[in-house]
Design a protein around this ligand. Structure first.
Ligand code: IVH
Length: 691
């Protein structure tokens, strides 16, 4: 057999090879997802995958529903179709205390005693299986001859929704089952289990959503449910959905006698079984397991809300049957809720390293599951508005993922009318700069380049290779400089002297000298690098390049309007708004002026030749009077000069233009007397833009 197609001269039947590839990929999938023990590298796996994809592209008739290539999602559906479950999906009776658990065992004993059964007498010791009660979304998977044909949500237990396309994207769900001699695969088989998201994956998912300005999910279960009910399975495919099997529904032709054997079969067929699942020889062992699981709860990677006890013997299960849609042979033992009520005393606003303002509820301290909780992130204004959280409200708090405290909801019936709505501040609580919310983002952000909350991050970015590229100025050094109070904004770097650096850790004469030289040598970066270095939101390296291609000098970008910026290809309204607000912020203009004074003069080679001899400014003489709003006079001068114009102090007949800011002096009068063209600030910028 050839697995790699190296046999020269021998043509490989695509049908055979594609089946071979499907099996290989399914096998390695199982090693990776089910056993957590991969046998081959990701690259080798990708190789197999690519080969199969190519083969299927050439021979579409070879694509099978269980091909791993079908996991990536399909075009969106209009709506989900109803799916009547071949056998009903029951729910579980609840227990809340250890005595409830013992009562359950007694009920079963009595039941057995009352009816003729293989266990006469009714005082049997009953064997159980205990499993965690996973807090996710229950699904029913229908396999025919070992191939997944339908995946459906529970719905009302009788009819669910057909979410097969989404189910297929879940890597932990086998698209076809592995048979082996001991565990033959029934012709029709329903697998019951829980779609979940692991807590660490959930955190990453929410962080990404927050970063992208999307609404965060309240908990892993909501995230799993939301992902499973996507009409566009390509979105589902991107979510970290996982699956644990815990039961079978319809099971045709099997010799299995116990639930424990069922779990073993599920495992053999390729499903994940929760590692806590175990047999319990009698009810007191279940009680012990309940305590153990409760104690371990916080450390588990998947959220659980209790423990499930199931009678192990399948014929006894049959005999016990069900009442009002709950089997008599199973019990959900809930854990005490990790929820409490408390009062919101205030809402703090924290500024993160990237400038995002995060409102944080300050609450009357309350014990939840043995931990004192007094603060909880409210994420952003949208979340506060959605939950209508006001200062003074009585709220339900829980520890989501059993770790992070979270405000679940307001108990509105307890409102007194004195509660205060919260509105995120317009200026940064740390530095006073403007706070801006860009379209499509949930976060409000401080745009101050010198904001102390962000300064370390900003300077690291400023000095980075893509930015000013200051060699030898790494994160550690920057942190030391900031912590020592030596730099408060990027421009302070240029005021550093050797005597400042020498007292710092691991800084000798030589390294101090090297660093100062590197700082000095980086004073004339290409314009795009300076633009990138400023750390304007949505202005990455490629956006910075676009701007430098369009504008000759930084001042031109500073003067640009949103409308004008969006005429540049690939510059969207958010980026344009971000640029304009950045240059409107007075504290940013101050830092820019400081940078200029320190001698930072970017070069823009593509403009340096052409601008001097052509355009509206070439050879013209300008006089500036009054105050310009958008830039310092010195800067306006430089912009005029960079375009080949000249500036003088007094108005004469040789003057071509007088630029008048607010409260212009006598120069304006003189210009009028002499009939010289005058421009207000707006007209001046317009002229700059066309030249
Ligand atoms: S067995 C007839 N086992 O609990 C028994 N259910 O109220 C069917 N669940 O909707 C369920 N973990 O989503 C079973 N190990 C487990 C479970 C479990 C979670 C959920 C399931 C179902 C609900 C039953």
């Amino acid at each position: 057999m050839s697995l790699n197609g190296q046999d020269v001269g021998q043509t490989i039947d695509p049908a055979i090879r594609s089946e071979e590839l499907r099996n290989l990929i399914a096998y390695h999938n199982r090693r990776y997802y089910q056993m957590d023990d991969p046998e081959i590298s990701d690259t080798a796996y990708d190789f197999l995958f690519t080969e199969l994809r190519h083969l299927e592209a050439s021979y579409p008739e070879l694509i099978t529903p269980d091909s791993p290539t079908q996991r990536v999602g399909a075009p969106p559906l209009e709506k989900f179709q109803p799916f009547p479950h071949p056998s009903p999906m029951l729910s579980l009776a609840n227990a809340f205390t250890e005595d409830d658990i013992r009562d359950f065992d007694e009920r079963i004993s009595r039941f057995i005693g009352r009816f003729p059964s293989p266990f006469p007498g009714g005082s049997e010791i009953i064997a159980y299986v205990i499993e965690p009660k996973l807090d996710g979304v229950a699904v029913n998977l229908l396999y025919e001859h070992g191939v997944l044909v339908t995946g459906a949500t529970r719905g009302d237990g009788a009819t669910g929704e057909d979410v097969t396309l989404n189910i297929r994207t879940v890597a932990a769900i086998p698209l076809s089952l592995v048979g082996n001699g001991a565990m033959p695969i029934p012709a029709r088989l329903e697998i019951r289990g829980e779609i979940v998201i692991a807590t660490p994956a959930f955190r990453v998912l929410n962080e990404r959503r927050l970063e992208a300005g999307e609404q965060v999910f309240a908990n892993p279960r909501n995230a799993a449910a939301g992902s499973l009910r996507q009409l566009d399975s390509r979105i589902t495919a991107k979510r970290p959905l996982d699956f644990f099997a815990y039961a079978v529904g319809l099971l045709e032709g099997t010799a299995m006698k116990s639930h424990w054997e069922v779990l073993a079969a599920l495992k053999a067929w390729g499903f994940k079984i929760h590692p806590f699942a175990r047999t319990a020889d009698q009810i007191e062992e279940c009680v012990k397991g309940y305590r153990e699981l409760y104690a371990a709860r916080e450390k588990l990677s998947y959220e659980i809300d209790g423990m499930v006890i199931k009678v192990n013997d399948l014929s006894l299960q049959d005999e016990l049957g069900a009442v009002s849609r709950s089997p008599r042979w199973a019990l959900a033992c809930k854990f005490p809720a990790h929820q409490e009520t408390t009062v919101i005393e205030g809402i703090d606003v924290q500024v993160g390293r990237t400038g995002a303002l995060t409102p944080v509820a300050v609450m009357t301290p309350v014990q939840i599951g043995g931990v004192t909780v007094s603060r909880a992130s409210l994420h952003n204004q949208d979340e506060i508005d959605r939950k209508d959280i006001r200062i003074g409200d009585t709220v339900v708090v829980q520890r989501a993922g059993d770790v992070i405290p979270e405000v679940v909801k307001v108990i509105t019936s307890l409102r007194k009318g004195t509660e205060l709505p919260f509105v995120i501040p317009q200026t940064c609580p740390v530095c006073g700069s403007a706070v801006v919310r860009l379209d499509g983002e949930a976060a409000h952000r401080c745009i101050g380049i010198a904001c102390p909350a962000q300064i370390k991050e900003h300077i690291v970015h400023f000095a980075s290779r893509g930015g000013m590229d200051i060699e030898g100025l790494g994160e550690k050094m920057i942190y030391q400089l900031v912590d020592a109070g030596l730099i408060k904004d990027p421009a302070d770097l240029y005021a550093l002297r050797a005597e400042h650096l020498l007292p710092l850790e691991r800084t000798g004469e030589k390294s101090a000298g090297n660093l100062l030289r590197a700082i000095d040598e980086a004073k004339n970066p290409p314009l795009e690098k300076l633009i990138f270095a400023l750390g304007i939101r949505h202005v990455g390296e490629s956006m910075a390049k676009l701007l430098a291609r369009r504008y000759a000098a930084l001042g031109d970008i500073m003067a640009a309007t949103i409308d004008e910026l969006t005429t540049i290809r690939d510059v969207g309204p958010e980026a344009a708004k971000s640029v304009v607000s950045f240059f409107q912020e007075p504290s940013n203009l101050q830092v820019l002026a400081k940078l200029k004074t320190a001698g930072i003069a970017p070069i823009n080679r593509q403009f340096s030749v052409a601008t001097e001899s052509s355009g509206a400014f070439a050879g013209k003489t300008f006089v500036l009077t009054g105050t310009l709003e958008r830039m310092a006079r010195q800067e306006a001068r430089e912009l005029i000069e960079s375009r080949g114009g000249k500036t003088t102090e007094s108005v004469t007949r040789k003057t071509d233009y007088v630029i008048a800011g607010t409260s212009p002096g006598s120069k304006l009068d003189k210009a009028k007397t002499l009939g010289i063209s005058t421009l207000d600030e707006e007209a001046f910028f317009k002229l700059m833009r066309v030249s």
